[in-house]
Design a binder for this molecule. Structure first.
Ligand code: ZN
Ligand code: ZN
Length: 136
């Protein structure tokens, strides 16, 4: 069981299940949304995710045709990246976890969009877009 919350504590959640496929995402949308060099997301099954408080404070932003991002309207913490049409999992912004998920990041994705001032300091696999992406 893992607990998480936004910066101001209005939104609180609990996860009763694994967090899989953790990626550091360097895409421009994650950089903008988080105001950071990259964002770290892991897959969570909706059935394992229980919102404990703050449902009415969660804002939704349709970031692209492919995804909706959710955030706390009070403090701005990013919470979820939800792929359009995907019902088996969503991506959770791992920085909102209060507990150790034990799983660890597996890769860097969208390294082709990396901020020029950001230096990757580990040996995890790096992908220009995402694993298995077809070349444009
Ligand atoms: Zn908040
Ligand atoms: Zn991203």
């Amino acid at each position: 069981m893992l607990n998480g919350s936004c910066l101001c504590g209005t939104v609180r959640y609990r996860i009763d299940g694994p967090i899989d496929s953790i990626s550091h995402c360097h895409c421009s949308q994650c950089r903008k949304a988080h105001g950071a060099a990259y964002a770290t997301y892991g897959h969570v099954r909706p059935a394992d995710f229980h919102l404990l408080a703050g449902a009415e404070s969660i804002g939704r932003y349709q970031a692209s045709a492919h995804a909706t991002r959710t955030f706390c309207r009070a403090c701005g913490s990013n919470l979820q990246w939800i792929a359009t049409g995907a019902s088996d999992h969503f991506a959770l912004a791992l920085g909102t976890l209060d507990d150790d998920p034990l799983a660890r990041p597996e890769r860097h994705i969208f390294v082709g969009s990396k901020a020029p001032w950001s230096v990757i300091g580990d040996d995890l696999p790096r992908f220009d877009t995402y694993p298995g992406a077809r070349e444009a």
